[in-house]
Design a protein around this ligand. Structure first.
Ligand SMILES: *Cc1c(COP(=O)(O)O)cnc(C)c1O
Length: 346
């Protein structure tokens, strides 16, 4: 066998990529990944019904049925994925680029776009982290993106984009607009599901990851049946395993537990925000999600010092100058974080 170099064997667009870093760091309080601090109790009876020797239902009928009922749409309007990340992959595979999104936003739109060799266009948000409409409309006209991703509430800024600006983008696009509502359950905005009937080019992306079920890897796409059918052509046959399907159904049906966990996170978010406002060195940005972005003096140093005390946050200074992102935890976790922050941020 001749000598070879794996990296130079990879396609040029892959060579320049870096693998997504989700750091597994030892810490006491994990507030870096926008997970829920509340897990879902899985009943034994749910697990017992699963046959490990059989493939899962390739159509995920029970899960799509449960979602359709909850969202008041029809199962053919829903495509499920191994996390919404997988659905982003499928969307870009199906429709290609250019892929347009505002920045800073969720990094996977750009990473997956590049991995698939598509051109990506990231346009800066305005000074209030809202869509810069003239910029967006200009790009829609000149670049004619096949896909536009709008994360609202936006990760990592936490705000919702103003809905009139989002609607202008949807109306001005000659192709598809995906509103990524990963954090919609924590928002006072009702989201864009009600708009689906008026805009055939609109797709809504949601996930169970931020509401207590990140371990299941379950995301879903809602939209016009004709669009869902196209995306379904590239979906791998058994993309959602039997455990994820079964547990997701039982979690969705237990609406009371899900709602009360979300309510607890929202109320802690408000308390955490006020407490951050009271810390001189920190400036939090209002959030409609389950995390808060805040500016802090010497952010890099504060990040490292917090880590030493056992508190893991997400350093966002690459995306928003001098900013860290903290996920809302339990009351005790938030207090632990606040106490540590008061000590290290001066
Ligand atoms: C976390 C996140 C996702 C990914 O969700 P998964 O379903 O876990 O893949 C998608 N979009 C945004 C904006 C996110 O923050």
């Amino acid at each position: 066998m001749k000598k070879f170099d794996a990296k130079s064997l990879a396609r040029p667009n892959i060579r320049s990529l870096r693998a997504y870093e989700a750091k597994e760091m030892p810490c006491r309080v994990k507030l870096d990944a926008n997970e829920s601090p509340f897990g879902f109790k899985v009943r034994q009876s749910v697990i017992k019904r699963i046959s490990t020797n059989r493939y899962p239902d390739p159509e995920a009928r029970a899960l799509r049925g449960a979602l359709a009922k909850q969202l008041e749409v029809k199962p053919p309007n829903i495509l499920v994925g191994n996390g919404s990340d997988e659905i982003i992959y499928y969307l870009i595979t199906t429709f290609g680029g250019p892929v347009l999104f505002p920045v800073p936003t969720f990094s996977m739109y750009g990473i997956i776009g590049k991995a698939l060799g598509e051109s990506i266009i990231g346009l800066p948000l305005d000074g209030s982290f809202d869509l810069d409409l003239p910029l967006m409309l200009g790009a829609l006209k000149t670049a004619r993106p096949k896909l536009t991703f709008l994360s609202s509430p936006n990760n990592p800024t936490g705000n919702c984009f103003s809905s009139d600006r989002m609607l202008k983008v949807i109306e001005s696009s000659s192709a598809l607009v995906v509103v990524d509502e990963a954090y919609q359950p924590f928002s006072s905005d009702k989201g864009f599901l009600p708009m689906l009937k008026d805009y055939k080019n609109l797709l809504i992306l949601r996930t169970l990851s931020k509401v207590g079920l990140a371990g299941l890897r379950t995301g879903y796409l809602i939209g016009d049946e004709a669009i869902i059918n196209e995306v379904n052509k590239v979906r791998l046959p058994f993309n959602l395993n039997s455990y994820s399907q079964a547990i997701a159904v039982s979690a969705i049906e237990d609406r009371k537990a899900m709602r009360s966990a979300i309510k607890a996170v929202v109320s802690e978010r408000e308390r955490l925000f006020e407490a951050l406002e009271g810390i001189k060195a920190a400036t939090p940005y209002p959030s409609e999600a389950n995390f808060i972005l805040f500016k802090v003096k010497n952010s890099r140093r504060v990040y490292n010092k917090l880590l030493k005390q056992g508190v893991l946050l997400r350093d966002m200074s690459g995306a928003v100058d001098g900013c860290l992102r903290v996920t809302v935890g339990t009351k005790a976790e938030n207090n632990f974080f606040l106490k540590a922050l008061k000590e290290v941020a001066r």
